[in-house]
Design a protein around this ligand. Structure first.
Ligand code: FMN
Length: 142
């Protein structure tokens, strides 16, 4: 089994871009959740990323898949990151990432690190620094 897979859902490509950075920093393979690839969820540590849409909703591909894949989180380590807009959606900022983290916890996963919440819409200059610090925490768990 691979050590780490990064799996993302992304509508306009912002979460996809961050997923690529995280995968690069972790030396991990990266998967789009919409590829419906069972292999994606077969790793010791799953790094799951989603943007938030609607008002606090999962990104569409995660919305379609989460119920089907959450059982595969059991006994895995899971780290979660999300992208959102903290100014336009202050009350529902990155809620989708929390939803995925809660689903993983409920399925029996061990959560690694804090849920990383990024606002590439308003604070893209902070993303690289936040990702670098978070990746260190995630690395220390494997
Ligand atoms: C119609 C619409 C609804 C959104 N709803 C939320 C929201 O509830 N919470 C949040 O944090 N961001 C929200 N966002 C911001 C997106 O999550 C943000 O633009 C994100 O970076 C998109 O990432 P993606 O391209 O990977 O899908 C919304 C954006 C749009 C256009």
């Amino acid at each position: 089994m691979d050590k780490i897979h990064v799996i993302y859902g992304s509508t306009t490509g912002m979460t996809e871009a961050v997923a690529a950075k995280i995968a690069d920093a972790l030396g991990a393979k990266v998967f789009n959740v919409n590829a419906d690839d069972a292999v994606a969820f077969d790793a010791e540590l799953l790094v799951l990323g989603s943007s938030t849409w609607g008002i606090g909703d999962l990104q569409d591909d995660w919305a379609a898949r989460l119920d089907h894949v959450k059982d595969s989180f059991a006994s895995k380590k899971v780290a979660v990151f999300g992208l959102g807009d903290s100014q336009g959606f202050a009350d529902s900022f990155c809620v989708a990432a929390e939803t995925i983290a809660n689903a993983a916890k409920d399925a029996g996963a061990t959560l690694v690190g804090e849920v990383l919440k990024l606002d590439d819409t308003n604070e893209s200059d902070k993303t690289d620094e936040k990702v670098a610090a978070w990746v260190q925490t995630v690395k220390s768990a494997v």
